[in-house]
Design a protein around this ligand. Sequence first.
Ligand code: NAD
Length: 488
Amino acid sequence: MSPSEETRAILEQLGVRSGGSLESRSPMDGSVIGSVTKTEDIPGACDRAKQAFLEWRTVPAPRRGELVRLLGEELRVAKEPLARLVTLECGKIVQEGIGEVQEMIDICDFAVGLSRQLYGLTIASERPNHRMIEQWHPLGPVAVITAFNFPVAVWAWNAALALVCGDPVIWKPSDKAPLCAEAVMAIARRALERFGDAPEGLLQCVQGGRDAGEALVADDRIALVSATGSTAMGRAIGPAVAKRFGRVLLELGGNNAAIVTPSADLDLASQAILFAAAGTAGQRCTTLRRLIVHESIADQLVARLKTLFSRIKVGDPREEGTLVGPLIDEAAFNSMREVLGDAIEQVDSASGGFYVRPAIVEVDAQKGPVLKETFAPILYVLRYSDLSEAIALNNAVSQGLSSSIFTNDLKDSERFLSARGSDCGIANVNIGPSGAEIGGAFGGEKETGGGRESGSDSWRAYMRRQTNTINYGSDLPLAQGIRFDVAP
Ligand code: NAD
């Protein structure tokens, strides 16, 4: 079946009506597979979200969790068709499309538990008969701006937490993946119907390009802008939100490295490198882009990787055995060609899609394109002689998302994870830098934006902290022992 025929069938199955001026193309063959209506009234959406907030913030958090539990159930029912739509609209192989929807289900489960654990603190007061506490309140409407490469999971990471924290969500999906967003909203509507009394405007989606994102960013009814995308996008959004003293959660570009030490298990390392560098056609923020290998094993490892890379099946992401699907569009292909020139290996150029063979490029120094995030499957290989040098190379880029070390030497791995080790938000041992679980806080430092979402205590970004001091005595002792008495 052609991508457009299959998309039509899936949209019908999921209850999504296609139509409107914003077209969606499949990266598989470049054909138009559907369209959506561009949202004109973004202030109206912000207003509805603000109204919804006034009500939703008073709903007990465990009851809010019930909505997320229902969302998880509806996602389970729709898992296969939604995953297939991810494949059709973004080109991910079937396994990865299913994995992306599984992540949505996992974060729903996490958030349901969290809805009974939005814990504050009890703080020891310096004053007699005083009690201090810290509590967390809902923050306000959250705008979630997402990138094309995780067209459904990133919304779920944000929405599941925001909902249990008491916040309405307005989603601005990538204009390269508007159908996935419509499908998720149809699934969410089924959960809302079953829940019964959620306020109108609790979960909304606005469709459009950069201008739609900018309108959300500028609106002071939006308490938090959670934006996932390129560093250039974050560089525009950060100051715009700061200007109105709003809050941001930025998840931006990465330029991730892996160090392979002489003691590494090379079978394990090469399998991990294969997935991390070539998986998702190099279009993950956590994709492995720089391999830093000890000089004593570099020839051996590079030879192995070249063999493995040559065996990767590139092509139709729906076909059994395909490991690498198409790049998202021609612009992505051109950015890869800019680096590789004539060495770029295009596969199936007659298909209308941009299919490329993942490339390995050995370099002497970390400069030029090696310092940039080219959103395509290019793995640069650098050699090192001393671990300090390798860690310095890992850290000597402006991005700080993910990193890993392959080693069987405890001292090396602990050094890599220590304060003088990797400077990234994620640092792994004996697994690649990509493919995070939802239980940990996800995000990175430096030009990756500093935000953390998903697991651990990331929920705090969606709430406001309040410190309370309660005097249950009859005297009024002031803090720091200050005396401020006037004779009565
Ligand atoms: P992009 O920056 O082109 O677009 C991302 C989103 O931001 C889109 O919805 C877009 O319409 C919107 N946007 C762009 N400029 C904006 C502006 N000035 N104001 C408001 N909204 C704006 O990114 P992309 O090409 O869709 O995705 C690839 C990039 O995303 C890569 O750099 C990748 O590393 C990054 N990414 C990061 C993470 C992470 O968690 N750190 C996850 C996925 C992708």
